[in-house]
Design a protein around this ligand. Structure first.
Ligand SMILES: [Ca+2]
Ligand SMILES: [Ca+2]
Length: 226
């Protein structure tokens, strides 16, 4: 596992290209993936997810590349005999590198394993985040487990941090050692720095289903305001 971590920590320099999405509007909206049940390969790549555009990457390279699926990823689950969560740095990310305060996984201490969150746990600015590569050893195996994360919305300018925002989210996974896992679903709060409760899926009439993408989300906001 030490080799995995060293490899994952080695980040290639990247040129900022590709599309990102701006979050606008003042109304809190939880964006929910729906049940997707995506496979998480149990290898050094695992599954990268960009929660803003829903794109994912699971190889064959170890990292997604800018402009490709999974670029500007927000969380990554990988592993071989055991599971690890990996925080974004520069690989596959817009410039500048993702700030420490814009990434990480909810944990008990900043250097500890990712927490196995109870349903409804609030993930917000008071949560403790491991911003590196926390172990997944505390997560329930063989059944659904919830972890919390925070992420950077890169904003339209891929070379500047001025329009970047920080958001909170959760993901539900099913993991077992020595075999592929499953990403069941995930959600995030569209308003920067606004808390979200782990595993809580809002009423269909009050959340933005991810399938429509952010265009759908923004249209929904406009409809709500009109
Ligand atoms: Ca991101
Ligand atoms: Ca930016």
């Amino acid at each position: 596992m030490a080799l995995d971590l060293a490899f994952k920590t080695f980040a290639a320099a990247a040129v900022a290209i590709g599309a990102t999405f701006a979050m606008t509007g003042a109304q809190a909206v939880i964006v929910y993936s729906g049940v997707i049940n995506l496979a998480i390969p149990n290898n050094n790549t695992g599954l990268y997810v960009n929660v803003l555009d829903g794109s994912t990457f699971s190889g064959p390279a170890t990292f997604p590349t800018l402009g490709g699926p999974g670029a500007n990823f927000d969380f990554n689950v990988f592993g071989s005999t055991a599971w690890t969560l990996f925080s974004p740095g520069t690989a596959g990310q817009s410039a500048p590198a993702v700030p420490t305060a814009a990434k990480g996984y909810v944990s008990v201490i900043p250097t500890g394993a990712a927490s196995n969150l109870a349903f409804g746990t609030l993930i917000d600015g008071s949560s403790v985040f491991n911003t590196g590569s926390p172990s997944g050893s505390a997560l329930t195996t063989g059944g659904p487990a919830l972890f919390g994360f925070r992420f950077r919305n890169e904003g339209p300018s891929l070379a500047s941090a001025a329009d970047d925002t920080v958001h909170f989210g959760w993901a539900r996974v099913i993991l077992s050692d020595n075999m592929p896992g499953t990403l069941v679903d995930y959600a995030f709060e569209s308003i920067p720095l606004t808390g979200i409760q782990a595993g809580v899926v809002p009423e269909p009439s009050t959340y933005a289903l991810f399938g429509a993408g952010l265009a759908g989300l923004l249209a929904w906001s406009r409809r709500r305001r009109s």
